[in-house]
Write a protein that binds this ligand. Structure first.
Ligand code: CAA
Length: 379
């Protein structure tokens, strides 16, 4: 498949690149060092429309396609992958399920402020005993009059603490397995809803990752997303789209690391010439460029299918699998090409390598992506 990016895509890339380089680049190292989430960057990204790229204009979004969204997350992650995942988790994992499965009232109340960037969103699926086995959720929801009462906890939740709106899954009837799970829209500040441990991470250290704790949290019945028992399928479909975001993040990290390596190897002189003149360097740069192009085609193909409202499960899993392994390979080569300097925090290469690793893990480990892909191709 050959992609002709439209004028709109090219303008989007330029706008997001300018924003990323001006607003996200300068403090990226310091935020990484201090593990500091930037509310300021999130607010500015929202003002530019980056919180709601794909959502309809009537619900506060920009009404652009998924390729524009992929470009947005790619360009942010090229400079700072923590900002990339903030936008991706917000848009793909919180606003998108509300857009796909919410009632008109839910969309007006929650999607509009999420899409305009007034509110930040998060997604609570993972639990200490339910990671890859997402249907093993132990958080419970019990109907009580006009409310559901939630008890339990969620872990590794991106954007938590700072987010205002959470899409959360809970088990209503254990005997029904995944068909007993329901999804709810939970607001920060609901009595009994609090935050536990802040994770200290290897990479994406300036993105927020916290535990969610639910102690007799009363969630109004109108905040049920979809139907009781539909929660697992809602989560799986959410992840089908979400993986386009993570694939785009991985692509952006790889692109950023490649550009840094290109710059460094042209400047670094050893044995009397720039190290870019050695064939070893040239072959590494050639491999990096080739892998990135291949990843980009898979990522944009998945985004294209999403824009066409075609099934994306296989394409997004392939894109996430390939782009994340590309990010890991390219950033590792990037550090190697920087030599000893690549191992220090004087250059962004090592941050990019640390950031790349998570893309092979979250929104389904790459082992899970292989399960998803094989289930599609063996159907
Ligand atoms: N769309 C719709 N329905 C789906 C589906 C999909 N993509 N995938 C599965 N289903 C349905 C199946 O059709 C089946 O329906 P029936 O019960 O009606 O037959 C049901 O769901 C159960 O399917 P499986 O038997 O395949 O389910 P499973 O328990 O074996 O799990 C899995 C499948 C692929 C391993 C799944 O659990 C999975 O994707 N796990 C990984 C979870 C994950 O990605 N977590 C990431 C957390 S979010 C995160 O990381 C965010 C962040 O920080 C940025």
């Amino acid at each position: 498949m050959i992609f002709d990016l439209t004028e709109d895509h090219i303008m989007m890339r330029k706008m997001v690149r300018d924003f990323a380089e001006k607003e996200c680049g300068p403090g990226a190292e310091e935020r990484d060092e201090k593990e500091e989430f930037s509310v300021d960057i999130w607010k500015k990204a929202g003002e530019l429309g980056l919180a709601g790229v794909t959502f309809p204009e009537e619900y506060g979004g920009v009404g652009a396609d998924y390729i524009s969204y992929a470009i947005t997350v790619e360009e942010l992650s090229r400079v700072d992958a923590s900002v990339g995942v903030t936008i991706s988790a917000h848009a793909s994992l919180c606003a998108n399920p509300i857009s796909l499965f919410g009632t008109d009232e839910q969309k007006k109340k929650y999607l509009v402020p999420l899409a305009t960037g007034e509110k930040l969103g998060a997604f609570g699926l993972t639990e200490p005993m339910a990671g890859s086995d997402a249907s093993g959720t132990r958080t419970t929801a019990v109907r009580d009059g006009n409310d559901y009462i939630l008890n339990g906890s969620k872990c590794f939740i991106t954007n938590a603490y700072y987010a205002d709106v959470y899409v959360v899954t809970a088990q209503m009837d254990k005997s029904k397995g995944n068909r007993g799970i329901a999804a709810f829209i939970v607001e920060k500040g609901m009595p009994g809803f609090s935050f536990g441990k802040k994770e200290k991470k290897m990479g994406i250290r300036s993105s927020a990752t916290y535990e969610l704790v639910f102690e007799d949290v009363r969630v109004p019945a109108e905040n049920l997303l979809g139907q009781e028992g539909q929660g697992f399928k809602i989560a799986m479909q959410t992840l089908d789209f979400g993986r386009i975001g993570i694939a785009s993040q991985a692509l952006g990290i790889a692109q950023g690391a490649y550009e840094q390596a290109m710059k460094y190897t042209k400047e670094r002189v050893q044995f009397g010439k720039a190290i870019s003149e050695f064939q070893n360097t040239q072959f590494k740069l050639a491999d990096m460029a080739t892998q990135i192009e291949a990843a980009r085609l898979l990522v944009y193909q998945a985004a294209y299918l999403a824009s066409q409202h075609k099934p994306v499960g296989k394409a997004s899993a392939m894109a996430k699998l390939f782009a994340s392994e590309t990010a890991m390979a390219v950033t590792t080569m990037g550090v190697q090409l920087h030599g000893g300097y690549g191992y220090t925090r004087d250059y962004p290469a090592e941050r990019m390598m640390r950031d790349a690793k998570i893309t092979e893990i979250y929104e389904g480990t790459n082992e899970i992506q292989r399960i998803v892909i094989s289930s599609h191709i063996l159907k």
